[in-house]
Design a protein around this ligand. Structure first.
Ligand code: S3P
Length: 173
């Protein structure tokens, strides 16, 4: 089975994904890191030198190839992955794939994103917390229609990582 973690930037996809994979004894792939190691460039550098369209193409191609695997994998997507091309459709229509949406409130996302904005090209230019809140609210509003298609939804606000992992496992099996 491939367990796909979906959610906005800073929703905990990579951290929870790693912990979940350890607990289940599954392999772990972070799609951003997978692309970074293939390209030998960070996501920020790919956006800067090759552009977002190139990144989205690589994202879709690598997602498709990983979804073909028969291995037991936890796959953490980038925040935008389900929202481009037919990536979400593809995730939902591939057998043996379970999609999980890690749902955070806007205020908890902004709190985390504001501290770690430099490596994220879509938000690195935003200067104040107020502007970040406005951006995230609008952006999430556009994206939530894709995230909401996930088979399993987990509210993560105020929960420890351990509790989130337990909840995911409980809903999966
Ligand atoms: C993006 C999210 C990032 C990364 C890229 C674009 C997005 O991943 O894929 O910067 O469109 O939301 P994280 O969700 O891991 O930050």
């Amino acid at each position: 089975m491939i367990i796909v973690l979906i959610g906005y930037m800073a929703s905990g996809k990579s951290t929870i994904g790693k912990k979940l994979a350890d607990k289940l004894n599954y392999g772990f792939i972070d799609l951003d890191h997978f692309i970074e190691s293939k390209e030998n460039l960070s996501v920020r550098e790919i956006f800067k030198t090759k552009g977002e369209i190139y990144f989205r193409k690589q994202e879709a191609l690598n997602l498709t190839s990983i979804l073909q695997s028969n291995d037991k994998i936890v796959l953490s997507l980038g925040g935008g992955t389900p929202c481009f091309g037919n990536n979400m459709e593809h995730i939902l229509n591939t057998q043996n794939v379970k999609s999980i949406y890690l749902k955070n409130s806007i205020s908890s996302l902004v709190k985390k994103l504001y501290k770690k904005k430099t490596k994220r090209p879509l938000i690195s230019h935003i200067e104040t917390k107020e502007a970040m809140t406005e951006f995230v609210a609008k952006h999430l509003f556009e994206r939530v229609q894709f995230y909401n298609q996930s088979e399993i939804h987990i509210d993560t606000d105020g929960k420890s990582k351990k509790k989130i992992v337990e909840e995911v496992i409980l809903k999966l099996f």
